[in-house]
Design a protein around this ligand. Structure first.
Ligand code: PLP
Ligand code: COI
Length: 355
């Protein structure tokens, strides 16, 4: 039976899988909730989104996603506070970035109301799935791909926008040791690096596997020109603390403009920390590690939240970072998660209640 909530048609699942889930031992993004939002683009327009039971999708073998990789996604989270109230974090930023990615991949722009109303209705419906254990949340994956068919190398004329959700624990299970990449590139000038395009991640898997074989959990990408400046990691932007200054690379068309990154910068400034958004050379990093002025490095992203980096490898050498008691990383992580989980005042207006 279908019901309508805020213009979104909802077909409810006959049974729930929620009792099969071990909420005390959640990994990241590997079990999915009972429902998903689906919205089709056909005949030149996005049709009304609807919520249906979570289910496989049938696609024609000639669907262009398979051949030409027209696929983009977003990553966001829903949080539940102690009173059971539900919040999203800066969801409009994700919507805007999805359409920025869509533009670059020649995917039609999605109307804001379809994203926001659909998201709202889905999270309301799935609110029992939002874990409350420390560090857990409901990871939300909005994505769009080319379902339209044809071997002709041109944009598809049909697309699917889906939002699926996965109750999740931490993204990283232990310490994050990174390798500074000297050979491969994630993105190039004029390319799609700034878009959240599926192919950006596929292209990282092989170099990341090579790094993993050497004992590193992530690669730090460097500029494609000379591998001279650090850019970002596989699933997060990177921050470096030299003495008491916190710095991160400026965004450009090779780097994803992370929502966590800009929030962390605002919080750090609010804490009175000196911040610099500027190019950081590998040379500077190595020198700072050698002379002891490199105090911390951490990654920031929706999935990774704030993940301290324990050390980095470069040119066959490993550089260990000290373990600080009062690290910027732990303070910033506390401040951002306190806002996300409604444990602190939201002076920036980032929380979005789902009521
Ligand atoms: N960089 C890359 C390549 C990512 O995949 C992500 C994750 O979304 C980020 C940075 C961090 O972005 P955000 O903070 O918006 O999640
Ligand atoms: C996110 O942080 O939401 C991401 O998209 C990272 C993802 C590749 C797991």
């Amino acid at each position: 039976m279908e019901t309508m909530v805020n213009n979104i048609a909802i077909e409810k699942a006959k049974t729930s899988k929620i009792h099969e889930v071990d909420f005390d031992n959640l990994s990241f993004g590997s079990v999915y909730t009972d429902h998903m939002l689906v919205c089709d683009y056909k005949n030149g327009e996005w049709e009304a989104p609807k919520i249906v039971p979570y289910q496989p999708i049938t696609l024609d073998p000639s669907a262009k996603i398979f051949h030409y990789g027209q696929s983009i996604f977003e990553g966001m989270k829903a949080y539940k506070d102690e009173d059971g109230k539900v919040f999203l974090f800066r969801p409009l930023e994700n919507f805007k970035r999805l359409n920025k990615s869509a533009e670059r991949l020649a995917i039609p722009q999605l109307p804001e109301s379809f994203f926001m109303d659909g998201l709202h209705a889905l999270i309301q419906l799935e609110s029992d799935w939002i874990p409350t254990n420390a560090g857990s949340s409901l990871y939300i994956r909005p994505f769009i791909f080319a379902s339209g068919t044809g071997f002709h190398a041109s944009p598809a004329n049909e697309y699917k926008f889906i939002i699926a959700c996965a109750p999740s624990g931490s993204y990283f299970s232990g310490k994050v040791k990174v390798l500074i990449e000297e050979t491969y590139s994630r993105a190039a000038n004029g390319g799609v690096g700034y878009a959240k395009a599926g192919g950006n991640y596929a292209g990282q898997f092989y170099p990341t596997k090579l790094a993993a074989d050497k004992g590193y959990q992530q690669v730090i990408w460097t500029d494609d020109n000379a591998h001279e400046y650090i850019e970002e990691a596989g699933a997060m932007n990177v921050f470096v603390r030299i003495n008491d200054t916190l710095m991160t690379a400026p965004t450009n068309d090779r780097i994803l403009d992370g929502i966590t990154r800009k929030s962390i910068l605002d919080i750090a400034k609010d804490e009175g920390i000196k911040t610099e958004v500027r190019k950081i050379s590998v040379h500077e990093l190595v020198e700072a590690a050698k002379n002891g002025s490199l105090k911390e490095m951490f990654g920031a992203g929706t999935a990774a939240v704030v993940s301290p980096i324990s050390g980095f490898g470069y040119h066959g050498e490993d550089y260990e970072l000290p373990e600080l008691k009062d690290s910027y990383a732990s303070m910033l992580k506390k401040r951002i998660t306190d806002i996300q989980y409604n444990r602190a005042e939201d002076k920036f207006g980032w929380r979005y209640p789902v009521e």
